[in-house]
Ligand binder design. Structure first.
Ligand code: AMP
Length: 223
C-alpha cells in the first residue's frame, strides 16, 4: 500500500494507524532518514542538507534504502509505504521491485488537503521519537491523548521536526507539486488509486474514510 499527499496532508498519521490496524510494517522514508540523522550515519549526513532545505533526497539514495527495507522478512505479507515514492523515477523503481517479487500494489491512497491548513498543521506538529506517534499541539496534544503504547507520556521523547518551519514547509509544498503530484497521473492508470479529502477533518474521521477503502479486514494477507 502506498500513501501519497502533500506534506501535512496526514499521510504519516494515517500510515501509523493503518499499519497498526493491518499489523503490517509502516515504512516511512522520512523516519528512516531522521533516524540516520540522529545516529549520525553516513546516510544521514548525505541526506541532511536536502532535508533541512525541504528538497528531495536524490532517487539513487532513497531507492536503495527502500529496496533493503522491503527485503526484510517482516515485509513478506505486505507493508504501508509512507512518503515513498515521491517521484516518477521512484515509482518506476518500486514497480520493478514489485514485479521481481511477483507482487502488486493493493491500494494507493492520495490525501488531499487545503494548502492553508497545511501550514497551520505542520507548525503545530510534534512526534514521538520512541513510537512514531504524531500529535498536534493545538488540536491533539500529547497530554490529552496520552501515549498510544501505554507509557507515561511525560517520559516520552516528543519533538518538533526541524523542517516544520513555515519557510521550509512552503518549499516542501512547492517540491511536492513539482515532483510528486505527477504520480497521481501515473497511479491513475493502475486502477488502485483512491483520493481521500482530509481538509477540515480530524485524524479519526479521516481514518474511517481510509478503512472504507481498504475494507474492514484491510489488505492483510495470510502467509
Ligand atoms: P517526510 O517525513 O516524509 O516528510 O520526509 C522528510 C524529508 O525526507 C523530505 O522533505 C525529503 O527531504 C526526505 N525524503 C523522505 N522521503 C523521501 C523520498 N521518497 N524521496 C526523496 N526524499 C525523501
Amino acid at each position: 500500500m502506498v500513501l501519497l499527499g502533500a506534506p501535512g496532508a496526514g499521510k504519516g498519521t494515517q500510515a501509523y494507524e493503518l499499519a497498526r490496524f493491518l499489523d503490517a510494517p509502516h515504512i516511512s522514508t522520512g523516519d528512516i532518514f531522521r533516524e540516520n540523522l540522529r545516529n549520525k550515519t553516513e546516510l544521514g549526513q548525505r541526506a541532511e542538507a536536502y532535508m533541512n532545505s525541504g528538497q528531495l533526497v536524490p532517487d539513487s539514495l532513497v531507492v536503495e534504502i527502500v529496496r533493503d527495507r522491503l527485503a526484510q522478512p517482516d515485509c513478506q505479507n505486505g507493508y504501508v509505504l509512507d512518503g515513498f515514492p515521491r517521484s516518477v523515477g521512484q515509482a518506476e523503481a518500486l514497480d520493478a521491485f514489485l514485479e521481481e517479487r511477483g507482487e502488486q500494489l493493493d491500494h494507493v491512497i492520495q490525501f488531499d488537503v487545503d494548502e492553508e491548513e497545511i501550514i497551520s498543521r505542520l507548525t503545530a506538529r510534534r512526534s514521538c521519537v520512541d513510537c512514531g506517534a504524531i500529535f498536534n499541539m493545538r488540536t491533539d496534544p500529547p497530554e490529552e491523548r496520552g501515549c498510544p503504547e501505554g507509557r507515561d507520556i511525560s517520559t516520552c521523547d516528543i519533538v518538533q521536526r526541524s523542517d516544520d518551519t513555515e519557510e521550509t514547509v512552503r518549499e516542501r509544498i512547492r517540491v511536492y507539486r513539482e515532483s510528486t503530484q505527477p504520480l497521481l497521473d501515473y497511479y491513475a492508470l493502475t486502477g488502485v488509486l483512491s483520493v481521500v479529502d482530509s481538509s477540515g477533518a480530524g485524524p479519526a474521521e479521516v481514518f474511517e474514510r481510509v478503512k472504507a477503502i481498504v475494507g474492514a479486514d484491510g489488505a492483510k494477507k495470510t502467509p
